[in-house]
Design a protein. Structure first.
Length: 185
């Protein structure tokens, strides 16, 4: 194994980790935006007239908002299927002293140190560990971005429906010659 191979793999791993962080940041920002607009919209609930139009749009709004929140939560904490033996190209079960889960399997520092020293003696084993880590992080990213994309679509639909309802409220009250109750003191 050359140092060039390891540096390339580590660069790829770093890029995948940045994508992972970026997905979490996007999901949290989108969840915050959705929450702010939902709180703002709550002020209008008491003035929404009950008719088939508003009931239909409120149902669409709540469905989209709930589905967006669920997708955002799944993006922040995706459910990943464990790899089956042979799927990663390596059927042997090896310790993974470079992974959080692998490190936590050791009962004490001495056992971890010995396992890490054993792995570090074999350069190909080190390269394989990082290649498996790149593969695992890429799979996590794929799931995160799938849910993030769904959440974005449903967030946009929910916000558009919210704006349609607000515009309808103003048109409805102004059409009746009344000031919307939200603006009355």
């Amino acid at each position: 194994m050359s140092r060039d191979n390891l540096s390339v793999v580590l660069r790829i791993l770093d890029n995948e980790n940045r994508l992972l962080e970026r997905a979490d940041q996007k999901a949290m920002a989108q969840l915050s935006i959705l929450g702010v607009f939902m709180v703002f919209f709550i002020a209008y609930y008491r003035v929404i007239p009950v008719n088939p139009f508003t009931v239909a749009f409120l149902c669409i709004y709540f469905f989209c908002a709930l589905y967006a929140m669920t997708s955002l939560l799944m993006s922040v904490r995706p459910r990943i299927q464990k790899s089956k033996p042979g799927e990663t190209g390596n059927d042997e079960t090896t310790c993974e002293p470079a992974f959080f889960a692998g490190i936590c399997q050791f009962s004490n520092l001495g056992d971890y140190q010995r396992a890490l020293e054993n792995v570090l003696q074999n350069e190909n084993a080190v390269l394989n560990i990082y290649i498996r880590q790149v593969f695992s992080v890429a799979r996590i990213n794929a799931v995160k971005y799938k849910y993030l994309q769904r959440a974005t679509i449903f967030t946009i639909v929910a916000l558009v429906v919210e704006l349609i309802i607000i515009a309808y409220l103003f048109a409805n009250y102004l059409g009746e010659g009344a000031i919307p109750p939200i603006f009355r003191g």
